[in-house]
Design a protein around this ligand. Structure first.
Ligand SMILES: CC(C)(COP(=O)(O)OP(=O)(O)OC[C@H]1O[C@@H](n2cnc3c(N)ncnc32)[C@H](O)[C@@H]1OP(=O)(O)O)[C@@H](O)C(=O)NCCC(=O)NCCS
Length: 162
């Protein structure tokens, strides 16, 4: 049986490995925008949690979540290709959802590429709903999908930005 992944908060020393994993697993075919300095700024930001699984020299996965008023935004999220289907993403997502709940967030929002079947299936398994398609969101011909999950019971209010 595989050991349960251990989620930890990233330190500044993880910024380079996180940026490289973003370049190789999320920003493929797109300009590389999450470079080490931008990741380091996210790690420093008090309204952002950057979490990782695995040692710095062999990072297995990471997630970046920003808290804005009562919304949380999962900005970047990935697992190393060689480490997929072992529950690493699920463990990180549950960790981030628990923190968002504890922080009083009512909803988590995120975007994925429309052609990202694995990501869309993963989020669907975790109770995320697809709200809208954004044409050419990432690049000409690369559409996005907006997803969200309500964390607390009650009737969701329509979001003005959706
Ligand atoms: C999406 C991603 C984060 C999933 O990571 P992971 O650690 O493999 O996910 P888990 O092992 O926790 O998977 C949980 C469930 O999600 C679903 N799932 C995950 N990968 C899937 C795939 N390739 N195809 C279909 N379903 C998938 C399955 O239901 C899976 O459960 P199972 O393995 O028991 O069938 C990973 O594929 C990844 O990093 N992709 C590239 C970056 C990305 O798409 N990020 C998210 C959008 S920004």
């Amino acid at each position: 049986m595989l050991a349960q992944p251990v989620v930890r908060l990233a330190s500044l020393a993880d910024a380079g490995a996180i940026a490289a994993l973003s370049r190789d697993t999320i920003e493929t075919g797109l300009p590389w925008t999450w470079r080490p300095e931008r990741v380091a700024n996210a790690i420093r930001d008090p309204n952002t949690n950057v979490v990782v699984v695995g040692p710095r020299e062999a990072l297995e996965g990471f997630g970046i979540m920003i808290y804005r008023e009562d919304d949380a935004h999962l900005v970047l999220f990935a697992v190393h290709l060689a480490k997929r289907r072992q529950g690493i993403a699920s463990t990180m997502l549950l960790w981030l959802e628990d923190v968002a709940r504890a922080a009083g967030c009512r909803r988590i929002r995120l975007e994925a590429r429309r052609d990202n079947v694995a990501g869309r299936n993963f989020y669907s398994e975790h109770g995320y709903h697809e709200r809208a398609i954004d044409k050419d969101r990432y690049h000409q011909g690369v559409d996005g999908v907006r997803l969200e999950k309500w964390l607390q019971s009650g009737t969701p209010e329509p979001s003005p930005d959706a």
